[in-house]
Design a protein around this ligand. Structure first.
Ligand SMILES: Cc1ncc(COP(=O)(O)O)c(C=O)c1O
Length: 360
């Protein structure tokens, strides 16, 4: 068996220990003679799996009791519609456009009411986070929406926007559990798990209780009401059982590693290896302003498309996979989520250094 260093933006690298444990339990989960994939979601075994998963994420993030934790399906993209359908009371949402995912959420919300783009970094290809200290927040806004870490462009909000008292809703798909968060600053935090937590197919939403009501937009399908899932403990219908089981294992792995403070330190150290190299390189250049750089997604270019393509090809041959930039941006992108070991980033930097010596 040989594993590559996988820099994919998602689905992405998972901790090897977790994969091994899941492999060991594949045919016979703890003596019950079947895989978690084959098990009734109403069984005692599965109840324990989902219960522990919720308790562990609550513990890791310090989620207060007045917030619900939901395990949902439909990808992060379904939330682009569920958020306005459930949270629109005045039918007004303020969006900060820092990339494609925020823009998609904004466009979806505009189907259901008035979505306002109150700030944007589109003028410089989303290479920075706009100043959000004094935004024109709408007096009747139901919420202010951000994509906290921009997977494609490699930017991250280091300071949350001043929402002037309005509820903050954040898509944290690509920075979930990468560092401590102060949950109380948000009305809702959500993300697809396929980047930092588990296999694609599960979405985790953490929502403050007062936002979960029956007062949703007319016509909102039952499956798209948060209250449906809250009332049924994420088991209104068959949940993504195997995904939840894997998320639960990653939560335990994170706890064993020292929790989110330790993860932040690990991620900062790891990202610094790559950013320090980029800052002194004469061939490769990071594309994001320094103060807004993501710890998770690191885009870079040589400035020559053919050289970029050669780099991606040769890196792959050297066991460094999925370094091609997003199709809309080009160049390269290294996604270095929690489970990427520092040795993977060091190997990447060594490879970049050799490539530079040959091509500069
Ligand atoms: C920040 C962010 N939000 C939303 C999405 C969309 O996620 P999904 O494919 O689960 O709908 C992605 C996917 O890459 C993402 O990076």
């Amino acid at each position: 068996m040989s594993r590559v260093y996988n820099f994919s933006a998602g689905p992405a690298v998972l901790p090897e220990e977790v994969l091994k444990e899941a492999a060991e339990e594949m045919l016979d989960y703890r003596g019950c003679g079947m895989s978690v994939m084959e098990m009734s979601h109403r069984s005692k075994m599965f109840e324990q799996i989902i219960g522990e998963a919720e308790a562990d994420i609550r513990d890791l993030m310090g989620i207060p009791d007045n917030y619900k934790v939901l395990f949902l399906q439909g990808g992060a993209s379904l939330q682009f519609a569920m958020i306005p359908m459930n949270l629109f009371k005045n039918r007004v949402g303020d969006y900060i456009i820092t990339g494609q995912w925020a823009k998609k959420a904004y466009q979806e919300a505009s189907k259901y009411g008035k979505a306002n783009a109150i700030a944007s970094s589109a003028d410089k290809t989303f290479s920075y986070i706009p100043d959000c200290s004094d935004l024109p927040v709408s007096p009747d806004a139901d919420y202010v929406y951000i994509c906290e870490n921009n997977t494609i462009y490699g930017t991250k909000f280091k300071t949350l926007p001043n929402t002037k008292g309005k509820t903050l809703v954040a898509d944290v798909s690509s920075c979930f559990l990468s560092e401590p968060v102060d949950v109380e600053k948000y009305g809702m935090i959500y993300g697809g798990v396929q980047k930092n937590i588990g296999p694609a197919g599960t979405v985790i939403a953490i929502i403050r209780e007062d936002l979960i009501t029956e007062d949703v937009l007319p016509g909102t399908p039952t499956m798209m009401q948060y209250k449906t899932h809250v009332d049924a403990g994420s088991m209104y219908n068959t949940p993504p059982c195997y995904g939840i089981y894997m998320c639960g294992k990653v939560f335990k792995w994170l706890k064993a590693k020292g929790g989110l403070e330790a993860m932040k330190a690990h991620n900062e150290k790891k990202a610094a290896v790559l950013y320090d190299f980029l800052d002194q390189s004469r061939l490769f250049k990071g594309t994001v302003v320094k103060e807004d750089r993501s710890l998770m997604n690191v885009p870079f270019v040589t400035g020559d498309e053919e050289l970029d393509a050669l780099f991606v090809k040769e890196a792959k041959a050297a066991g460094l996979e999925n370094l091609k930039g997003h199709r809309t941006v080009g160049g390269m992108r290294a996604s270095i989520y929690n489970a990427m070991p520092i040795a993977g980033v060091e190997k990447l930097v060594d490879f970049m250094s050799d490539f530079e010596a040959k091509h500069k």
